[in-house]
Structure formats: structure tokens, C-alpha cells
Design a protein. Structure first.
Length: 285
């Protein structure tokens, strides 16, 4: 590790289900890194969602106060050279993070949208955009209900405001299409905000490449200031947090709907929606 005297924050941003837990675990095994996964998620997520819907000064102030109280102190008080968080909830507030920590490093962690959507939809369907939770949040945000949803993960997912061009279409989406929109919107946020960051402060990495190409991991470690060890690559060639690797796939109808929502972005990132690959792991367990 670098022997820098001031902690460097590292924000690893993705749409979730993209290898973030794998990267979190790998960084946690390296001396000098304080590694986190979705740090203080449920404290931040409701404030971010409310601000993105209302976009007014009051909700902006509430968001700033929340981040300053619950998130920034861990970075400021860290006694290690690197403080890292792997999280999808930070995608809309990258500029805010950069303004507070201009020497921070930002990593866009990508995975094929068909794999991310299938994983969210089939493995964690009760945690993301179910009809009842989405309706409850929408009623609260629009003032139809005064009852704020519980601060639980399943209730707080981005809903575009009524003046957003995506709003009318979003309101016609079913749960599956909302999950597709999540992959599209999250990665769109990241890409658009990366365009405003200094090139030296950002890196873009695909999970598929991390698992197959050692030089990609070596390059990421170099970007983060981590000394590379060949044993590290082995961490990325076996599954993490699964007992039996399962290949979730989309049917033809789902693929058509996914491509309608996110096909352009898939092409931009070099993915083929028809390729519902299964990563070949060494010694799966």
C-alpha cells in the first residue's frame, strides 16, 4: 500500500448485483484498506430518493445534513490509507462526493445488464420495486399519503418526478421493467457524472473482465495504489456469497423489454443482450 498520511476515499459505484461484494471482500483482505459494502445504506437511501424526486432546497439540505452526519465521519476518522465503499446508492450524488473529497477515486463497476436484472429480479425480487412498496413510496412522494414508508430497503427506490420525461413511461412499468430501468438509470447517472470528473480520478471496470483478465485487476490495483500480488487474481475466479452458482436468465419476452429500456446503454458498454453467459469459475463452492 501507499504510505499516504491522509486517507483517500474510494467510491465503487454500480447498479448492484455486479460483483460489489466480491470487490468489497477482496479489498478487506488487503492491509491498509478500510473496506465497506453499502455503508450506511438505509440512513442515506431515503434522503437521496426524496431529494431526487423533489429537487428543492429543503430536500437538498436534508440530504447534505444526512451525509455529513452518517457517512462522512467514517472517512474523516479513518486511520488507514484507503477507505472504500462499494455501493449503488451513491450513483446520483457523485458530484457531491467529489466536491467534499476532491482527491477521491471513483470506480464504475459494470456488469451486463441482463445478468444484473436477472439476479435482482429472480434472487431478490422482494427487495426491489415490488408493486406495493413502489405504490406506497409514490403516494408519499406525491403527497397522496402522509405516511412515510418504513426505512427499509424495499421501499426506497428511485421514482422519476412528474416533470421528468421518463415519468409517464415509468408509471406504466411492471416490476421487471422497473428493475431494467434501475440498471439503465444508475449506470447513466454514473457515466454522465464521470464526464465531469478529472480523468485521473476515475476508472471503469467490467466484472466480466476482472474475472477473466489478470491485467484488468492489476490495472485497477495500480489505479488505487495497491501493490499487486498474483494470488489476488484467484479471489476473482471463484464465486463469493453463493453455495451453488446459478445462472439466472431472461426469457425472450423479457429480453425484448430489457432491450427497449436499456439496449442503447448495453451497446455503449460493449455488451450483447443475447449473451446470457455463465462465468466459468475455478473450484466453485
Amino acid at each position: 500500500m501507499s504510505t499516504a498520511s491522509v486517507t483517500c476515499p474510494v467510491f465503487i459505484l454500480s447498479a448492484g448485483r455486479s460483483g460489489s461484494q466480491l470487490l468489497w471482500k477482496a479489498l478487506a483482505a488487503i492491509e491498509g484498506v478500510a473496506s465497506h459494502h453499502e455503508f450506511r445504506l438505509i440512513d442515506l437511501k431515503p434522503q437521496i430518493v426524496k431529494y431526487l424526486f423533489h429537487r428543492d432546497q429543503r430536500h437538498h439540505s436534508d440530504l447534505i445534513d444526512c451525509i455529513q452526519e452518517h457517512y462522512f465521519p467514517s472517512i474523516i476518522q479513518c486511520d488507514k490509507p484507503l477507505w472504500a465503499d462499494n455501493s449503488y446508492i451513491l450513483a446520483p450524488v457523485i458530484q457531491l462526493l467529489y466536491e467534499r473529497f476532491p482527491t477521491a477515486k471513483f470506480v464504475h463497476l459494470l456488469r451486463s445488464g441482463v445478468k444484473v436484472v436477472a439476479s435482482w429480479y429472480y434472487k431478490l425480487t422482494n427487495e426491489i420495486y415490488d408493486d406495493e412498496s413502489t405504490r406506497s413510496l409514490h403516494d408519499f412522494l406525491t403527497g397522496r399519503s402522509r405516511n412515510e414508508p418504513p426505512h427499509e430497503k424495499k421501499y426506497w427506490w428511485y421514482i422519476p418526478p412528474p416533470d421528468d420525461p421518463d415519468y409517464a413511461t415509468f408509471m406504466r412499468h411492471d416490476q421487471f421493467e422497473r428493475v431494467c430501468y434501475h440498471w439503465y438509470k444508475t449506470n447513466h447517472w454514473i457515466s454522465s457524472q464521470f464526464a465531469k470528473l478529472p480523468p485521473a480520478s476515475q476508472a471503469v471496470v467490467r466484472l466480466e473482465d476482472l474475472a477473466r483478465e489478470e491485467e484488468v485487476l492489476r490495472g485497477l490495483w495500480e489505479f488505487l495504489g495497491i501493490k499487486y500480488d498474483r494470488d489476488h487474481f484467484g479471489w476473482f475466479t471463484k464465486p463469493f456469497n453463493v453455495h451453488t452458482p446459478r445462472n439466472y436468465t431472461l426469457d425472450n419476452s423479457q429480453l425484448r423489454r430489457f432491450e427497449r429500456i436499456a439496449g442503447t446503454l448495453m451497446t455503449r458498454y460493449g455488451y450483447d443482450a443475447s449473451d446470457q453467459y455463465q462465468l466459468a469459475y475455478d473450484n466453485p463452492s
